[in-house]
Design a protein around this ligand. Structure first.
Ligand SMILES: [Zn+2]
Length: 325
C-alpha cells in the first residue's frame, strides 16, 4: 500500500496488487478532512489511516462511501466521530451485500482442512477465492457501520472555499455508485465505476448506465482520476475502460445470437490486449451481465456469488491461465 499526492489538497492510498478487495481510498485534506472509502479490513484501514496521518492534522470529520461493496466500507468503524455520507440506497444495500459474516465464514473455512475438502468438491472457485483472500486479509472484528447522511442525485460540500460535488451515477457497477468531483483540484474519485489495469467486475447495473457515467467523467475533464482499483489515471484511462466494455458487449452479442451460454461465450472471446490486466477471467461476469440485458432481465437480478466464483474459475482453467479474482 502506498500514498500518492494527486493535487494540491487531494491524496490517494493505493493497494498495488489490484485483486479483489484491493480497493483504493482517497483523502481531501481540507475543511477538517474527508476520507473516501475505508478499505476491506481493519488492518488495511489502520494502514491507510497511518499513511494519510502523515499529511492530515487529525482524524477526518467526514467519510464518503462510493458504493456498498465491502471492500469500500469495512473500515468505517474506525472513523467513530465522522459523518458518513453516501447515496440514499446504501444502508439497505450494505445490509444485503456487505454483511461481514459471510466472508468471515468463507476465509475461516478456506483455512480449515475438512471445510477445504468439502469446498473443493462442491465449490472449487469459492475455495480458490477464499484462499486468495486469506493471503492478505483478515475479516475478523468487522462491524457494519452504515452511512448517516444520505442524498439522492447530488450532494455538495464547501471545504474552506473548495467545492466538492458528489454525483450519483448508479446503478452502473453497483446500486450506490457515486463519484466525487473537485473542479478546482481537477480530481475525480471514481470508486468502482473505474478499474485500471485490472478487469472490471460489475454487479448490479447496466452497460448503458456505465457508459453514460464514463462519458460524464470525460466531460468533467479532470486532470487526475483515482479509480476504485488500480493506479491513478487521466482521461485516457476512461477511454480504455470504455473500449473494453464495448468490446465485451459486442462480442457477447454475437455469441448470444449463436445460442451459446455465457460461459461458452466467454471461453470463445479472446482476451486480446486485456489479457495483460489482472484477473482477466472476470470476463465471465461482464459477459453474463451483457447476457442478462439481452434476455431483458432487470439490472438488479441477484447473483449467486458461489456459482459466479466457480464459473470464473472454470473459465480461467479453460483458458489455461492461473486463477485470480
Ligand atoms: Zn471494489
Amino acid at each position: 500500500m502506498k500514498m500518492e499526492q494527486v493535487s494540491d489538497n487531494c491524496y490517494a492510498v493505493l493497494n498495488e496488487k489490484t485483486l479483489v478487495c484491493d480497493a483504493n481510498s482517497g483523502l481531501i485534506n481540507l475543511g477538517g478532512g474527508v476520507v473516501i472509502d475505508t478499505q476491506s479490513d481493519l488492518a488495511h484501514a489502520r494502514q491507510m489511516i497511518e499513511l494519510f496521518g502523515k499529511v492530515w492534522t487529525s482524524m477526518p470529520k467526514r467519510v464518503i462511501n462510493t458504493h456498498e461493496d465491502g471492500d469500500h466500507v469495512w473500515g468505517n468503524q474506525l472513523f467513530e466521530e465522522a459523518e458518513i455520507i453516501a447515496h440514499r440506497t446504501m444502508p439497505e444495500r450494505m445490509k444485503e451485500v456487505a454483511e461481514p459474516k459471510e466472508i468471515q465464514k468463507l476465509t475461516r473455512g478456506a483455512g480449515h482442512f475438512l471445510t477445504r475438502l468439502l469446498l473443493k468438491a462442491t465449490h472449487p472457485g469459492l475455495l480458490a477465492a477464499g484462499r486468495q483472500l486469506q493471503e492478505d486479509y483478515n475479516f475478523d472484528g468487522i462491524e457494519l457501520v452504515l452511512p448517516t447522511t444520505l442524498f439522492d442525485e447530488r450532494y455538495e460540500l464547501d471545504l474552506d472555499g473548495t467545492e466538492v460535488h458528489l454525483i450519483y451515477v448508479g446503478p452502473s457497477h453497483q446500486v450506490g455508485d457515486t463519484i466525487v468531483h473537485l473542479p478546482k483540484e481537477g480530481v475525480v474519485f471514481a470508486g468502482d465505476v473505474v478499474f485500471q489495469l485490472c478487469t472490471p467486475m460489475g454487479w448490479t447495473g447496466s452497460y448503458e448506465k456505465w457508459f453514460q457515467c464514463l462519458d460524464l467523467i470525460t466531460e468533467l475533464n479532470p486532470t487526475v482520476i483515482v479509480p476504485g482499483h488500480g493506479p491513478i489515471c487521466g482521461i485516457e484511462g476512461i477511454s480504455e475502460l470504455k473500449a473494453y466494455l464495448q468490446y465485451v458487449r459486442d462480442e457477447s452479442r454475437k455469441r448470444f445470437e449463436e445460442g451459446l451460454t455465457s460461459l461458452d461465450a466467454a471461453k470463445r472471446i479472446e482476451f486480446g490486449p486485456y489479457g495483460e490486466w489482472r484477473a482477466p477471467a472476470r470476463l465471465y461476469m461482464n459477459v453474463e451481465r451483457a447476457y442478462r440485458e439481452f434476455r431483458n432481465e432487470p439490472p438488479d437480478a441477484p447473483w449467486n456469488a458461489a456459482k459466479t466464483f466457480d464459473t470464473v474459475y472454470e473459465l480461467a482453467k479453460a483458458k489455461g491461465i492461473e486463477i485470480e479474482y
